[in-house]
Ligand binder design. Structure first.
Ligand code: NAD
Ligand code: UDP
Ligand code: UDP
Length: 320
C-alpha cells in the first residue's frame, strides 16, 4: 500500500513484537475463511505443504464440511474454528485469505439476505481484523461482478453489467460491495489487499448436489440421468480446474464432453434456465500472465477425469 494513497491520518498498526519475532523466523500464521469449502480446502492443502505456515480455518459449515479438511484435523500447525464471519473475530495472523461465502446459485439464493450479509459484514469484519493486526488480505471475488458482460473477453478494467435488484444480486452486488470495501480500506487505512476475480472452477470436492453445471453433469452422467442443459445452451463459461484454468465452452459442448468421457449412453436434455443468466463469459488473462507469470495448465479433458474419480467414490459408482 503506498502512502500517497492514504486519505486518512490513521496509519496501519506496527506489527506486534510477538508477530515480528515469528516473522523473523519467517513463520506465517494464515487465516483462511471458508476453508472447509471446495476451493478453500484445496488452498489449505497448498498452504500446509509449507512447513513454515500455520493455518487457521474459520467456517460455519453452511456449504463446506470438516470432511474436506480431515487430513489436517489434529495437525500441530492447523486449527479449525466454527465461526460465522458476519460476527467479529479476534485472532492474531499475518495473512488472511477471505473466501467465506456460498458460491453456488442454489445456496446463495437460499437465504439471499444472509448471503449479502456474509459479503458485506463478513468482508468488513475481516478488513477490521486485517487493519488491527496489520495483515495482508485477499478476497475471492468472482466473474459475476461483470454480470451479463457487454465486453468480451473481460479485462479487469471492465465495470460490468449487473442487475442490482435481481435474484443473483445478493451474490454479485454483494461481491461488488466487498471489492469496494477492500479498496476503501486500502486507500483509507493503507491495508495491503489482493482481489482475485475467480471464474467457474471445478474439481474434486465440489458439492455433489449444489447445482453448478460441472458437478451436475458429472453426477448425472454417473447416475445415468439425462444431462440437463439449461436453455439455450449456447451461453458460455470459462472453466478453471481447481489448480488453474481457462477454457471457454458452451454448456452444450460441456455436456457433450462429459457424455463422451464419462458415460456415452447418457442423454442430453434442454431444460428451462434461471433469470439473469450471463450469456457469455471469458476472462482476459493478459495482465495475470504479464504480472504473475500465471497461465492455465490443465485442459478440460484432463480435469474432468480427475473430478470423475472423486465423484465416483462419493457416489459409490465404480468404473467398469
Ligand atoms: P464453497 O461453498 O464450497 O465454500 C464456501 C465456504 O464458505 C464453505 O465452507 C461455507 O461453509 C463457508 N461459509 C459460507 N458462509 C459463511 C459465513 N457466513 N461464515 C463462515 N463461513 C461461511 O464455495 P467455493 O466454490 O469453494 O467458493 C469459495 C470462494 O470463491 C467464495 O468466496 C466464492 O464466492 C468464490 N468463487 C468461487 C467460484 C467457483 O467457481 N467455485 C467462482 C468465483 C468465486
Ligand atoms: N473487527 C473484527 N476483528 C478485529 C477487528 C475488527 O472482527 O480484530 C470488526 C469490528 O467488529 C468491526 C469491523 O471489523 O465491525 C470493522 O472494524 P474497524 O476497526 O475498521 O471499524 P470500526 O470498528 O471502527 O467500525
Ligand atoms: N447450467 C446448465 N445445466 C445445469 C446447471 C447449470 O446448463 O444443470 C448452466 C447455467 O444456465 C449457466 C451455466 O451452466 O449458463 C453455469 O451455471 P453455474 O450455476 O454452474 O454457474 P454460474 O451461473 O454462477 O456461472
Amino acid at each position: 500500500a503506498s502512502n500517497e494513497d492514504k486519505q486518512s491520518t490513521k496509519s496501519p498498526p506496527a506489527p506486534s513484537p510477538l508477530r515480528t519475532a515469528k516473522f523473523c523466523q519467517s513463520n506465517m500464521r494464515i487465516l483462511v475463511t471458508g476453508g472447509a469449502g471446495f476451493i478453500g480446502s484445496h488452498l489449505v492443502d497448498r498452504l500446509m505443504q509449507n512447513e513454515k505456515n500455520e493455518v487457521i480455518v474459520v467456517d460455519n459449515y453452511f456449504t463446506g464440511s470438516k470432511d474436506n479438511l480431515r487430513r489436517w484435523i489434529g495437525h500441530p500447525r492447523f486449527e479449525l474454528i466454527r465461526h460465522d464471519v458476519t460476527q467479529p473475530l479476534l485472532v492474531e495472523v499475518d495473512q488472511i485469505y477471505h473466501l467465506a461465502c456460498p458460491a453456488s446459485p442454489i445456496f446463495y439464493k437460499h437465504n439471499a439476505v444472509k448471503t449479502i450479509k456474509t459479503n458485506v459484514m463478513g468482508t468488513l469484519n475481516m478488513l477490521g481484523l486485517a487493519k488491527r493486526v496489520g495483515a495482508r488480505i485477499l478476497l475471492t471475488s468472482t466473474s459475476e461482478v461483470y454480470g451479463d458482460p457487454l465486453i468480451h473477453p473481460q479485462p479487469e478494467t471492465y465495470w460490468g453489467n449487473v442487475n442490482p435488484i435481481g435474484v443473483r444480486s445478493c451474490y454479485d452486488e454483494g461481491k461488488r460491495v466487498a471489492e469496494t470495501l477492500m479498496f476503501d480500506y486500502h486507500r483509507q487505512h493503507g491495508i495491503e489487499i489482493r482481489v482475485a476475480r475467480i471464474f467457474n472452477t471445478y474439481g474434486p470436492r465440489m458439492n455433489i448436489d449444489d447445482g453448478r453445471v460441472v458437478s451436475n453433469f458429472i453426477a448425472q452422467a454417473l447416475r445415468n440421468e439425462p444431462l440437463t442443459v439449461q436453455a439455450p445452451g449456447t451461453q458460455t463459461r470459462s472453466f478453471c480446474y481447481v489448480a488453474d484454468m481457462v477454457w471457454e465452452f458452451t454448456m452444450v459442448e460441456l455436456a457433450e464432453t462429459v457424455k463422451e468421457l464419462i458415460n456415452p449412453d447418457v442423454k442430453i436434455v434442454t431444460v428451462e434456465n434461471t433469470p439473469d443468466d450471463p450469456r457469455q463469459r471469458k476472462p482476459d488473462i493478459t495482465k495475470a500472465k504479464e504480472l504473475l507469470g500465471w497461465e492455465p495448465k490443465i485442459k478440460l479433458r484432463e480435469g474432468l477425469p480427475l473430478m470423475e474419480e472423486d465423484f465416483r467414490q462419493r457416489l459409490g459408482v465404480p468404473k467398469n
